[in-house]
Design a protein around this ligand. Structure first.
Ligand code: ADP
Length: 416
């Protein structure tokens, strides 16, 4: 079968990540990171993967099984366009050759699609203007995503470029779920509503879960916990997002690595009036100095775990607050859906922290949720069941793969 290369770009303000996939096999061929763009010395890392041919090394799957080589270079990288030139040099020198197999399409992660983009979209100059205009809603993310798009279009002028939006999957939310109960005119004039994020991951995981249990997506009620540094949970009915914990921005909802998640907004009034904090101070507090970091001094759940083992009371409390919030949302979404067929856990914490999974669902026996402790603790990788055979709700761990999902959607749009 001939190779069908699709390049996926995830661009930040001073860095971008890329991944080249062969969509005939859905295998990653290469990935890389270009960072410290605009600083005196930038860094470019390029990794080439080769499929394992030895049965002992495991089956060839969508994820790389054998690491061929990584090369890191340090050099000044003035802007995203220069960064793409560095990436192209890495492909030319370390492979795989883009001259032999140029990408048939380039997919871009775009954080905010507002209420405008509800599906992956072929990028035209008009779409670029819309992404730019949506920077009002995502001032940190959309301009950075757009910088990547513009540079990538210069680097690959002949390939179709496709925008895949983090918010798109949640455009199926009903007004009752996305409307904040504030003055309707104020909300409308500033486009204040819940948008939801991590959509690419929630879509990928819910579809993978349905395929794994061998039932049609349309028939299933699902809850997906995406627990990484950022964390969100989504209620999915028949493949459609009906509620999600992130809102106007990714700050709402669960306790995260550095973000507070849900908080009484009046706390901010108090901190401004009594604590003399500015809007920027408050933004910094809730987005960067809260969550696990704020409670226990580290945003990494492994450190929290180590703290608990040392008897650190702050770590114990941080873990309890984290799990308490998960349980609250699990109950809420069971209620919104009227029960669930599948509950899945994904991302760094969701895939690796059995004590979090157990804690989140511990009290849900009444709703037919029963975790099997041995299955939950098993060090096995890959998609797997962690509920008992008797559990009415199937609980899964599903490794997410946002790049693969972006590549799939990109290919579908470019072929349409
Ligand atoms: P991001 O949201 O940045 O993509 P990830 O999904 O990679 O993040 O999740 C990163 C987080 O996952 C880490 O900060 C850490 O809290 C958690 N994590 C990663 N590995 C483990 C592990 N083995 N055990 C517990 N937590 C882990």
């Amino acid at each position: 079968m001939s190779v069908v290369p699709v390049l996926v770009i995830n661009s930040g303000s001073s860095s971008f990540k890329y991944q080249l996939l062969d969509m005939s096999t859905e295998r990653t061929l290469a990935s890389g990171l270009v960072e410290r763009i605009g600083e005196p010395v930038g860094v470019a890392r390029h990794t080439v993967y080769a499929a394992s041919t030895s049965a002992a090394a495991g089956e060839v799957t969508g994820t790389p099984t054998f690491l061929d080589a990584t090369r890191t270079r340090e050099l000044p990288i003035s802007d995203h366009t220069a960064g793409f030139a560095v990436m192209l040099e890495a492909f030319a020198s370390d492979g795989p050759s883009l001259a032999d197999n140029p990408p048939v399409a380039v997919g871009h992660r775009v954080v905010h699609g507002g209420a405008r983009f509800f599906e992956p979209t072929l990028i035209t100059p008009l779409v670029e203007i819309n992404i730019d205009e949506l920077s009002v809603l995502a001032p940190l993310h959309n301009p950075a995503n757009l910088a990547g798009i513009l540079a990538a279009r210069r680097a690959f002028p002949d390939a179709p470029h496709v925008a895949v939006f983090d918010t798109a999957f949640h455009q199926t939310l009903a007004p009752a779920a996305y409307t904040y109960a504030i003055d309707a005119d104020v909300a409308a004039s500033h486009r204040i509503r819940r948008y939801g994020f991590h959509g690419t991951s929630h879509k990928f995981v819910s579809e993978a879960a349905a395929a794994f249990v061998g039932r049609p997506l349309e028939d299933l009620k699902q809850i997906v916990f995406h627990l990484g540094n950022g964390a969100s949970v989504t209620a999915i009915d028949g493949g459609r997002s009906v509620d999600t914990s992130m809102g106007f921005t990714p700050l709402e909802g669960l306790v995260m690595g550095t973000r507070s998640g849900d908080i009484d907004p009046a706390v901010l009034f108090q901190l401004a009036r009594r604590g003399g904090m500015t809007i920027d101070d408050l933004d910094d507090l809730l987005n960067k100095r809260s969550g696990l970091l704020g409670l226990a001094g580290s945003n990494d759940l492994r450190d929290i775990r180590a703290g608990i083992e040392r008897g650190d009371e702050r770590a114990v409390l941080a873990f309890e607050v984290y799990v308490h919030r998960l349980r609250t949302y699990a109950g809420a979404y069971l209620a919104q859906l009227g029960g669930a067929d599948i509950i899945s856990f994904t991302a760094g914490v969701g895939e690796n922290a059995p004590h979090v999974r157990a804690g989140a669902l511990e009290t849900l026996g009444f709703a037919g949720v029963e975790i099997d402790p041995d299955r939950n603790e098993s060090p096995e990788r890959g998609i797997r069941v962690i509920s008992t055979d008797a559990s009415r709700v199937t609980v899964l761990v599903v490794p997410t793969d946002e790049e693969l999902e972006i590549a799939r959607q990109t290919l579908a749009v470019s072929r349409a």
